[in-house]
Design a protein around this ligand. Structure first.
Ligand code: ADP
Ligand code: MG
Length: 908
């Protein structure tokens, strides 16, 4: 392990060494670039674009392009990229992850590779953790791109409560007087935002747009271009934490059963240990034999049991309700895992404490929790389209990421995304190397304090906060849940540190307001309590937010006007400025921001993120974690060892201990949990990979249809194949064995059969002649219909029938794959790897999906009628009514009596 780590560090060094000469090259270009006029600087972009089109690679152009961006940035937003930032930019350009600590200026770093890669004209995406940042960063960096003649846009959720337009383009020539924060954002369409050179948005928005594009029935509804290059900001959060839940677009299905309530009523009567056991490590719970017997007795009494034993296949659906009800009752805690708001169960993200509106636990668990809480059970939803983030981000030609904390997860990035992590030295360390005589400040991380129980721990935390608050040191406190934030808030209240006056609680609900609070979190004596993720991406400045300076870009390059305004501002604002400066110095003298962690998180990375909020750039700062033996991570994985040690050390309730051995034990526990979560995510990807292959095929087909592929010959060859199949099934060269009546009956579910095609006539022909004759007839009928309704209409019908059929069957396929997955997991008990079963059966399902599409298209195409009606005011894209004749539903039992579904039997 150590050896491996050692080689990792070596290779990192080598990697950085290789970048140094390029940094020198960029630096040597600087004087020339500074001499360029604004217009000449802008003209550089056209020159680079032309060169990129001709023989040069982006790597060749990199030094000049970076020099141009650095100069544009200096002129517009007044920030000149540090050398370490240039290195970060290069790593991102190479399609790797740049680990750069919080406050190192990653927003600015990204401008370098985004500009360079946008030169190809294919568009680049910057993925942010929330939609506030998608707007803030596009706007903040906007002047740089604009000075270089590139366009930049920001996308955010369409379902916004105020009905805003779905995208914004940065345009200094446009001014919205009402918008005081972002006046130069011009509302544009989604599609225009994607046509911009650079587009900022959240992972959800990018992913949903992708799924929606693949549900469109007309090319004009598609908004994305090909996925070229993406930089994912806070990449660990998006590609690791968020990657546990796939993106799903769903519709509502049937109303759920009363059974959830029945089970929710029965389960609480079971006794822990006697009737069920809890596996803390796996977060699982199992019924014991005694529990099983009791449940059977109660279910029999209530008339729900279909066979005497719960294990009987007839009771299969019951066991699912039972499992979910038990899980909901035993493992899922209100206000920790979920909240009940307006009589709805809302999931709480365990990492961020954020309320995940609209997301639901899958496979009936959400319904079970609703039943447990006695609220209305929402109907089960049907998946219309879904993709994991893993598979969405793999679609990009080049992917890169940046974050303050990636190194602990390097293995996962490599295995799942083939992303390498390169650690970039901090600006501070770089300065220190250059000026060894100086003493630059850095954050001090104090060892953990460990308490026996949680209450004592929280009291100690509150005491410590009070001390720091009185002394004037700003404190940022991280908690693991909303519940604990509130608990601490109450304790502080009792000490006279009042909520919303002396202290603020953040749960990452409102990004905009939260950004403001976080920006003030460095003020004198400020106390901010936040669930771990709240306010990520927003800088904490010592002394609080400084008064806003006039911005150069607001003067359209008119330097004189800007200088005049700046002097006026200095005069007018200078008392405020001085006041802020004094506060800033005071906080710095007190040692900067102090971060308190109230619990170790399951992943070290999350702890590091919290710590990273302090000691940014050249600031002083400090941090400490408080731990108790009752904390989840300690209990679940390292509890006994830690406790043993503490008992051995013999200390009382109120005295905390600080010991490196205990810290080690806790860290070991974290490593174990990280591995456990990695396995879960890996598992999700392994399963999604199977569906992903199907998705690729289906989406590619859809795309071809939208782009105007020749469907007529396609459909006719399906007709031909379908007829061939029917003839083969019904006719043989021996007329006696053939069933001509059956053949004609089946054919007539497809297309009208004229009287001259009858059993007697067919009996005179060989099977291949029959096929030929029928195909000829079908083709002729097709042409006839085309003449009747017109070629344009026929093309429209073809497209709609194909799309509708694919979409309907694809949706069913997704549901079936879901069920298959649940069934496959049962194989684990038989020592068969479920994924193998899933792959094999999944392949068969896919074959049957393809057969089903052919069947349904052929059986619909001859029946569609075009009616002339006034076009409705607004076209509903998803719904296209195509009347179909009576036929055996693909999910109905096969009429042959085999007991299988039609599509898995004769309908194949
Ligand atoms: P990160 O995302 O890495 O945590 P940010 O992009 O939020 O950091 O930047 C942190 C702060 O550093 C911002 O206030 C930004 O203006 C400032 N900053 C970044 N780079 C520079 C630079 N080259 N010169 C001056 N200030 C910079
Ligand atoms: Mg950032």
């Amino acid at each position: 392990m150590l050896k491996w780590l050692g080689s990792l560090i070596d290779s990192n060094e080598k990697e950085l060494k290789r970048l140094e000469p390029i940094v020198d090259q960029i630096n040597s270009l600087e004087p020339d670039y500074q001499k360029l006029s604004d217009a000449d600087l802008r003209a550089k972009t056209d020159e680079f674009k032309a060169r990129a089109k001709n023989s040069e690679t982006l790597d060749d152009i990199l030094p000049e392009a970076f020099a141009a961006v650095r100069e544009a940035s200096r002129r517009t937003i007044g920030e000149r990229h540090f050398d370490v930032q240039l290195m970060g930019g290069m790593v991102l350009h190479q399609g790797k992850i740049a680990e750069m600590k919080t406050g190192e200026g990653k927003t600015l770093v990204a401008t370098l590779p985004l500009y360079l890669n946008a030169l190809s004209g294919d568009g680049c995406h910057l993925v942010t953790v929330n939609d506030y940042l998608a707007r803030r960063d596009a706007y903040w960096m906007g002047p740089i791109y604009h000075a270089l003649g590139l366009s930049v846009a920001s996308i955010y959720p369409t379902q916004g409560p105020t009905g805003q337009l779905p995208a914004l383009l940065y345009d200094p020539d446009y001014t919205d007087e009402k918008d005081i924060s972002w006046p130069h954002f011009r509302p544009v369409t989604r599609r225009q935002a994607y046509e911009a050179d650079i587009t900022y948005g959240t992972n959800n928005e990018f992913g949903f747009d992708y799924l929606r594009d693949n549900m469109a029935i007309d090319l004009s509804q598609c908004v994305q271009r090909t996925l070229n290059y993406a930089i994912v900001d806070e990449v660990d959060n998006i590609l690791i934490d968020e990657a546990r839940t796939p993106l799903i677009i769903s519709g509502t299905g049937e109303k759920a059963a009363q059974k959830y309530y029945n089970f929710a009523r029965l389960v609480p009567q079971l006794k822990e240990d006697e009737d069920y056991t809890i596996e803390e490590k796996e977060r699982q719970t199992y019924l014991t034999d005694s529990g099983m017997t009791k449940m059977e007795k109660w279910l029999r009494r209530d008339g729900l049991l279909k066979a005497p034993s719960l294990y009987d296949p007839a009771n299969y659906s019951l066991t699912q309700y039972l499992e979910n009800a038990l899980k909901a009752y035993v493992l899922f805690k209100r206000d920790r895992d979920y909240m009940v708001k307006d009589r709805q169960v809302i999931i709480v993200d365990e990492f961020t404490g954020r309320l995940m509106f609209g997301r639901r636990y899958s496979e009936g668990l959400h319904q079970a929790i609703e039943a447990k809480e006695g609220v209305e059970i929402q109907p089960e939803s049907v998946t219309l389209a879904t993709i994991t983030f893993q598979n969405y981000f793999r679609l990009y030609k080049k992917l890169a990421g940046m974050t303050g904390t990636a190194a602990t997860e390097a293995e996962e990035f490599h295995k799942i995304y083939k992303l390498e992590v390169v650690v970039i030295e901090t600006y501070r360390d770089w300065l220190q190397k250059k000026h060894p005589e100086q003493d630059y400040k850095r954050r001090i991380d104090y060892p953990d304090q460990i308490y026996k129980d949680e209450d004592t721990k929280f009291k100690a935390v509150a005491r410590e906060i009070e001390n720091l608050h009185q002394q004037g040191t700003p404190v940022l406190v991280g908690t693991v849940s909303i519940e604990k934030s509130e608990k601490l808030s109450n304790l502080l209240e009792r000490r006279g540190i009042r909520n919303e006056k002396e202290h603020w609680v953040l749960n990452a609900k409102n990004h905009e307001k939260e950004a403001d609070i976080i920006a003030q979190a460095g003020g004198i004596g400020a106390v901010t309590v936040a669930t771990n993720m709240a306010g990520r991406g927003v800088d904490i400045i010592l002394g609080g937010k400084p008064p806003e300076e006039p911005k150069r870009e607001d003067f359209n390059g008119d330097d004189q006007e800007f200088q005049k305004k700046y002097q006026e501002w200095l005069k007018k604002e200078s008392p405020q400025w001085q006041e802020w400066q004094a506060k800033h110095n005071k906080v710095a003298e007190l040692g900067g921001l102090h971060v308190i962690g109230t619990e170790r998180h399951e992943a070290r990375r999350i702890d590091n993120q919290l710590r990273g909020r302090s000691g940014r750039q050249l600031d002083a700062g400090s941090s400490r974690f408080y731990v108790s033996l009752e904390d989840d991570v300690v209990r679940r994985f390292g509890g006994d060892r830690v406790k043993g040690f503490m008992d051995w050390a013999g200390f009382d309730e109120n005295t905390p201990i600080e010991h490196s051995m205990v810290n080690k034990a806790i860290e070991n526990a974290q490593v174990k949990v990280e591995g456990f979560h990695f396995d879960i995510r890996k598992h999700l990807v392994d399963y999604d990979d199977v569906v992903n292959k199907h998705r690729e095929v289906i989406y590619a087909e859809r795309r071809k249809i939208l782009e105007g592929a020749d469907l007529k010959s396609n459909i006719l060859s399906m007709v031909c194949a379908e007829i061939g199949k029917l003839v083969a099934a019904n006719c043989s060269s021996d007329t006696m064995e053939s069933d001509f009546t059956g053949l004609i009956e089946e054919l007539s579910t497809m297309l009208p059969i004229p009287p001259e095609i009858n059993p007697q006539a067919l009996a005179k022909m060989r099977p291949d002649e029959i096929t030929e004759k029928l195909v000829e007839y079908a083709e002729q009928l097709y042409e006839q219909r085309e003449t009747e309704i017109g070629a344009d209409n026929m093309r429209l019908v073809e497209r709609l029938v194909m799309l509708r059929t694919i979409d309907t069957l694809w949706k069913d396929h997704l549901t079936e794959m879901d069920h298959l997955r649940q069934q496959a997991s049962l194989y684990a008990m038989k020592q068969v790897d479920p994924i193998v079963v899933y792959k094999k059966e999944g392949h068969a399902f896919f074959q049957s999906l393809i057969a089903g599409i052919q069947h349904d298209v052929v059986h619909t195409i001859y029946k569609v009628n075009i009616e002339k009606k006034e076009a409705p005011a607004q076209r509903q894209p998803q719904r296209v009514a195509v009347p179909a004749g009576k036929k055996v539903g693909r999910n109905e039992p096969c009429p042959c009596g085999s007991g299988k579904k039609y599509k898995h039997c004769c309908g194949r």
